[in-house]
Write a protein that binds this ligand. Structure first.
Ligand code: OGA
Ligand code: MN
Length: 234
């Protein structure tokens, strides 16, 4: 399979655990543009008036010619100071980001969205899902963690859009067991079972590599935790 060869190129270090699945080129550039535009629209609409105004001013200064030729994906992001990124607490896992729980996609405004999302849906391990948008600033990062086991179920899917970042996986039992994977724009990964519960994951702060210096959007999809009836109703 072609993606195996690409997979080995993306693997920067270590052995990828078997419950980690990766497709480096899942979304076409045009699908990426649609998904990123829709995600930015949703986050922007939820933001404060002050920053909405900043974005409006910044957009009116941009050359309108950029809208005519197929501008690179990175140009969909405005400069970092147009977004109200949170620094995150000193003990927080994510730094320099904004995020939201997504309840619906703006499918009416973005005609390409439905086909792109239905392709994504076809690879989900199960269908009762919750979606988050996570926008990292140019200097944003995610420190090593295991996703809260009481907030979602046994798999986590991440869509990467925008600037390249490195995902690091590290075994909780054996911290020397580390793998690093380059996540290009348009890639998707799934962490399930062993990886989801027994490895910490992190997104490294951008480094000097060519496509890695800018902002990144991830669409995080998780399965809803099935609640069992052993709850104590005392
Ligand atoms: C998270 C997370 C990874 C990513 O939001 O918990 O680990 O690829 N995100 O953005
Ligand atoms: Mn996580």
């Amino acid at each position: 399979m072609l993606s195996r060869r690409l997979f080995s190129l993306a693997n920067l270090r270590g052995t990828i655990p078997s419950d980690f699945h990766f497709v480096p080129d899942f979304f076409s550039v045009s699908e990426q543009r649609t998904l990123l535009s829709a995600a930015l629209e949703r986050l922007d609409a939820a933001g404060s008036r002050r920053f909405q105004k900043r974005r409006k001013n910044s957009r009116s200064k941009l050359n309108t010619a950029a809208a005519i030729y197929e501008a690179p994906l990175s140009e969909l992001f405005l400069p970092d100071d147009c977004y109200e990124f949170l620094q995150g607490h000193y003990d927080g896992v994510i730094h320099n980001y904004r995020e939201m729980h997504l309840t619906s996609w703006p499918t009416a405004e973005f005609p390409g969205l439905v086909p792109a999302l239905s392709r994504l849906q076809s690879v989900l391990p199960s269908s009762n899902i919750q979606t988050h948008l996570l926008h990292l600033a140019s200097d944003g990062e995610i420190l090593p963690h295991v996703d809260n086991v009481s907030a979602s179920g046994r798999w986590i899917l991440g869509v990467s859009l925008g600037s390249d970042r490195i995902l690091r996986l590290e075994s909780c039992a054996n911290p020397d067991e580390v793998a690093e994977i380059l996540l290009p724009s348009g890639s998707i990964y799934i962490q399930s079972d062993t990886v989801r519960y027994q490895y910490k994951h992190s997104i490294l702060r951008n480094s000097a590599f060519a496509n890695g210096a800018g902002q990144r959007m991830s669409i995080m999809i998780r399965d809803v935790l099935e609640h069992h009836s052993h709850t104590n109703h005392s």
